[in-house]
Design a protein around this ligand. Structure first.
Ligand code: SAH
Length: 251
């Protein structure tokens, strides 16, 4: 059996209990290179075969998983954060389906949740934004035209940009074509929840210069939106004047 497992954002105790159990039991682990904290590999049992997928093609990954399956072994394919976000898991699952190899998927804490925790931020603030846009700038991997950052930025919603820290000039220009202004709050979070985490608070207008000053080019998220600012409305759920299914209004 093959287990896809989300490693979480970095800190080794942010993997799920289920994910850690699967890692401990695995005979074979294929992990997603430098994006996975090596400390997580300490869960591996004696004699476990460990592969770094950064040096492998899809075909090589599948060949290792197939070989393990034929030998009656348990494999873990360890992805950073949650496997469903930029994890390239669909193509692996489809290849396993073709080979008749069974698999399951254990979710993880995505780095966009780790980054919010590091910033002590809430993406969905009442009166500010009730949506989170997860996207990236187009690089060597294209993004559909209708989903360009400039297009997405028209909403002015809370936004998280993956895989974009190496293109901050382009990102800043695209963001400014939408509803965000030079003064809209922004943040760059490098290696959220890792010991070497770095949090840089800035604005959309100072995004590129802030990234350059801190020397951040990869393994970082860019967060943009007024949810990083001071103003918001308090929630109805906990408002004394608001009746809910579980509580009568007291004012
Ligand atoms: N599946 C992962 C994302 C993989 S794509 C997840 O759910 O988080 C790899 C990109 O994710 C990196 O280029 C970076 O933009 C982001 N990333 C992954 N881990 C990160 C972390 N700990 N801190 C900041 N960004 C991270």
């Amino acid at each position: 059996m093959v287990h896809f497992v989300g490693a979480g954002p970095g800190a080794p105790d942010l993997i799920t209990l289920r994910g850690a159990e699967l890692l401990k039991r695995a005979d074979v682990i294929i992990y997603a290179g430098s994006l996975v904290n090596p400390a997580l590999l300490a869960y591996a049992k004696e004699g476990c075969r460990v592969y770094n997928s950064a040096e492998m093609t899809l075909e090589q990954v599948i060949a290792v998983l197939e070989d393990a399956e034929r030998g009656g072994l348990e494999s873990v394919r360890l992805h950073t954060g949650d496997p469903s976000v930029y994890g390239a898991i669909r193509e692996q699952m489809d290849a396993l389906d073709c080979l008749g190899i069974p698999y399951d998927d254990t979710p993880g804490v995505s780095s966009f949740c780790g980054a919010a925790a590091s910033l002590r931020a809430e993406y969905t603030l009442p009166g500010v934004s009730q949506s989170v846009i997860i996207t990236r700038v187009a690089g060597r991997t294209p993004v559909p035209e209708a989903e360009s950052v400039a297009e997405m930025a028209r909403h002015g919603a809370s936004m998280v940009l993956f895989l974009s820290a190496g293109m901050l000039d382009k990102l800043q220009a695209e963001l400014l074509k939408g509803a965000y202004t030079e003064n809209t709050p922004a943040a760059i979070v490098y290696k959220a929840t890792w010991p070497e985490e770095k949090v840089v608070r800035c604005t959309v207008g100072t995004l590129a210069e802030s990234g350059a000053r801190e020397g951040i080019r990869k393994t970082a998220l860019v967060l943009v939106g007024d949810f990083l600012g001071a103003a918001y409305e308090r929630s109805k759920l906990y408002d004394p004047a608001f009746t809910t299914e579980f509580r009568e209004a007291t004012q």
